[in-house]
Design a protein. Structure first.
Length: 155
């Protein structure tokens, strides 16, 4: 997808439709891919980069790591929306820390307001393979140390 990024959408569609693997897909899957392509092209460039980085991370995960992530995502998505947001905020806080500090925080009692299931999710998220994240805006000073994010699987 990264190679196609600078090409017009209609050319990207033609290239997709001429791909032998794409043509072997059932029509409903082909339609989903075309919708995803259109959606991707409608994203701002920084968001496109984030999607591409996450896809790159996903491609390099081992099958066991992918399964661990799917299990995590299933449990996370099963939370009520307000609890999902609280867990997401905590994950973002933990992501800003080096791995050893993350573990200390998880064991410190700081997250005792979370249920045992939610604390397990925080622990699971901290052990997922993570990739460098990009600073969110140009105006922010560059961050030092590893920046991390939780990859999301393609849908």
């Amino acid at each position: 997808m990264n190679q196609q990024r600078d090409r017009p959408l209609d050319q990207q569609r033609r290239d997709l439709q001429s791909d032998p693997h794409f043509r072997q897909l059932p029509p409903d899957r082909q339609q989903k891919f075309e919708q995803r392509l259109q959606h991707f092209n409608s994203l701002p460039p920084d968001r496109q980069q984030q999607v591409l980085r996450r896809g790159e991370v996903w491609e390099h995960l081992k099958p066991q790591q992918r399964q661990e992530f799917r299990s995590f995502a299933s449990q996370y998505n099963g939370l009520p929306p307000e609890r999902r947001q609280a867990v997401k905020n905590a994950i973002q806080t933990l992501r800003a820390m080096p791995p050893d500090a993350r573990q200390r925080e998880l064991q410190s009692g700081r997250f005792n307001q979370f249920s045992p299931q939610e604390r397990q999710l925080l622990n699971d998220a901290s052990s997922l393979p993570l990739a460098p994240a990009q600073p969110s805006s140009q105006s922010e000073p560059p961050r030092t140390g590893p920046q991390r994010y939780v990859p999301r699987p393609p849908r």
